[in-house]
Design a protein around this ligand. Sequence first.
Ligand code: HEC
Ligand code: HEC
Length: 352
Amino acid sequence: MNIVAGSYIALLTMGLAFFSFPAGGIGSGRAEKDRPAAVLDTASMLVEAGRLLFHAQELSKDGELACGTCHIPAQHFQDGYQTGLARFRKLIRNTPTLLNVNRYRSFFWDGRATTLHDQITEPLIKSQVEMMSNDSIMASYVRSVGLLDSTARRLGYAEQDAREFVIGALERYLLSIATERTRYHDHLAGTAKLTAAELRGLRLFNGKAQCGTCHPAPDFTDNLYQDNALSRQRSIVESYREQGVVKTRLGMDYGRGNIVAGKRDLFRFRTPSLYNVELTAPYMHNGSLATLEAVIDFYDRGGDEPLAGAKPLDLTKAEKRDLIAFLKTLTDIRYATPEKGSTEVRVQNSKF
Ligand code: HEC
Ligand code: HEC
C-alpha cells in the first residue's frame, strides 16, 4: 500500500479531524508554589474544577465515557489494557499514564498534538469514537453542577466560553498530578540513599545499556521521535461497526510517519518518560510487552526489528535485575500502591 494513502487512512481511523500546530509548548506546572497567593488560589480552583470534569461522563455525548474511564486514577491514570477500549471497540494504541504529562513537549504516542489544549480537544470533542462532546453539552453540564457561577465566572470565563473553561480546567488538573516525589528525586536531593543494586542499575542505564541516550534525566525522555526496534508487525489500524458488528482492519502503525511526510519518521514514536513505569504495564504504543522483564529482554536482544539496526546489549541476568531495580526508583511514592484496585488504593487515589 502506498504510504501516503496508508497514513491518511490511519489518521482517519484514529478518529482525527484536522490538526493545527500552534507554536509553543505547555506551561509547566512545576512552579506552582512560587506564585503569589491570589494566583495560586485561582489555579487551585481550576485544578479542583478539572478533577470533577475529568470524571464527568455527562460531558460525553451518550453520557457513558469520561477521561477517567480510560485514565483510571486507581490504575495510575491508565487502564491496564493492551490497547484502549471505547464504546466496546478497541482503540489502536495503549492508553498512556497521565502522570508524566508535564514532561512532554508533544502529546500522544506520535506527538500529533503540540499543546495540551489541542490534545484534550481530541478525546473530548474531535474523535468520533470517544466522548464526542460539544459546546452545548459542556455549557449545560458546567451550569448544572454550579461550576459556572462558583468558578468559571469568577475566573473571567463568559457563559459561551464553557469549552475553553472545561479544557483549561482539565489542563490544570493534568499538570497538577505531575510526578515529583520519587526515590530518585530523594537520592538527588541527598535525603535518601539508593541501594547498591539500584546504583549499579543507574550506571548501566547511562552506560552499557544505553537507555539514557533516548531516555535522559531529568525527564527520562528526549522528547524526540525514535525507532526503538519494536517489531513492525501488522496490527489493528481500524475498528468500525458495520450492521451492529465490530470489524477490524489490519495494517501498519507508522507512528510519527502518520503525521510527517517522508520516510525518515516512519515507525518512530515519541520517547515516553520512564517515571512510574513500574506501575504502567503493558508497555509500548501497542502494549505488546507485558512486563518490565520483557522490555529489558527486548532491548537486550537488540529489539525485534532487524531493519532498525539496533545491536544486542549482552546484559547478564544480574545486570538486568539491577536495571529494573533502578527503574523502580522512578515511581512516585504518592501513586505507588501494592494492590491495584484495593480499597486502600481507591481511598488514596481519591485525592487525585
Ligand atoms: C476511550 C479511552 C480514552 C478516553 C475516554 C480518553 N483517553 Fe486520553 N488517551 C487514550 C489513548 C488510547 C491515548 C493514546 C492515543 C494515541 O497516542 O494515539 C490517550 C492519550 C492521552 C494523552 C496523551 C498522553 C501522552 O503521553 O502524550 C492525554 C494527555 C490524554 N489522553 C488525556 C485525556 C483527557 C483529558 C481525556 C478526557 C477529555 C481523555 N484523555 C479521554 C484513551 C482515552
Ligand atoms: C533509540 C532510542 C531508545 C533507546 C536507546 C531506549 N529506548 Fe526505551 N523507548 C524508546 C521509544 C521510542 C519508546 C516507545 C516505542 C513505541 O512504543 O513504539 C520506548 C519505550 C520504552 C518503554 C515503555 C514505556 C511505556 O510507557 O510503555 C520502556 C520501559 C523503555 N523504553 C525503557 C528503556 C530502557 C530500560 C532502555 C535501555 C535498555 C531503553 N528504553 C532504551 C526509545 C528508546
